[in-house]
Design a protein around this ligand. Structure first.
Ligand code: BEZ
Ligand code: FE
Length: 288
């Protein structure tokens, strides 16, 4: 074997090896593993579809535009991850819970830190007009014991399908957002509106991709929750409105059967709907 025969010149068949063999001795072990596997899968993908030069150019342009439209408020890369099911897959891998514990779903781009902290029973809606909905339930541990001091951070769209941060000139700041803390009985209750289904932002590259794939951009109506307590796995989830037309085709694959909640009509003053949903928290690994 000559000296030159050992050099990994790039060939179609040996493409993965040509790239991965360049990793240096001082490379970070986890980064090396992740990137080598990524190169392996991406080269296999390029070979599988026999990517054309034009398609490569379109992909580069798509990624450029995805970055260019992103800013502090618009997270087009997260939206891309959501629309391709990557966000839900990462969430599933990182939040395997014991049976009975409430399941996670996608966080989405519309959570904000610092929403107002309200006393139990408050109404989080600062806009009149929409029908009031009572949300209530109990937070327990896996043994069914009520949990005190649980922080419940909630947010939803308005009756037109927009979050306050999407319409800063039309909606009051923190409209349909609030933070509640459970008392000794573990119960929570607050008022808001019955959420409506809405499209994810579809005026950018991700919207064009969905359109090209014949996919609609809609999410079924939902209320967002982050339920947290010291020593327990944080639950980042939604309750979905039972019967919604998009439950089986959520644009970001967020629906889980256990998260579908009944919204029943009631006649209680201005309150026209009631939705009950209980949360079950599991201890953080190593604290059971
Ligand atoms: C949301 O539910 O707020 C959401 C989730 C993923 C993408 C866009 C919006
Ligand atoms: Fe949402």
């Amino acid at each position: 074997m000559t000296e030159h025969a050992k050099i990994n010149y790039f060939t179609e068949d040996g493409s993965v090896d040509a790239v991965t063999s360049r990793v240096g001795r001082k490379a970070d072990a986890r980064l090396t593993h992740v990137m080598n596997r990524l190169v392996h899968h991406m080269h296999a993908f390029v070979k599988d579809v026999e990517l054309t030069q034009d398609e490569w150019g379109m992909a580069i342009d798509f990624l450029n535009r995805t970055g260019q439209i992103s800013d502090g408020n618009r997270q087009e890369f997260i939206l891309l991850s959501d629309a391709l099911g990557i966000s839900m897959l990462v969430d599933a891998i990182n939040n395997r819970r014991p049976s009975g514990a409430t399941e996670n779903t996608v966080l989405g781009p519309f959570h904000v830190d610092g929403a107002p902290e309200y006393g139990m029973g408050a109404n989080i809606t600062q806009q009149g007009g929409a029908e009031t909905c009572l949300f209530e339930g109990i937070v327990t541990d896996l043994n069914g014991a009520p949990m005190e001091g649980v922080r419940i951070d909630v947010w939803s769209d308005n009756e037109d399908g927009f979050y306050d941060v999407q319409q800063p000139d039309l909606q009051p700041k923190h409209n349909n957002r609030g933070v509640f803390t459970t008392g000794p009985d573990g119960r929570y209750w607050f008022e808001g509106i019955k959420p409506v289904s809405y499209p994810i932002p579809d005026d950018g590259p991700v919207g064009q991709l969905l359109n090209g794939l014949g996919r609609h951009p809609y999410r079924p109506a939902h209320m967002h929750f982050i339920v947290s307590a010291d020593g327990y796995d944080q639950i980042t989830t939604h309750t979905f409105v039972a019967g919604d037309a998009y439950l089986q085709s959520d644009a970001v694959f967020g629906v889980k059967e256990t998260l579908i909640a009944a919204f029943e009509p009631v006649q209680h003053g201005k309150t026209k709907w009631r939705s009950a949903f209980n949360f079950v928290m599991s201890p953080k690994a190593g604290t059971a």
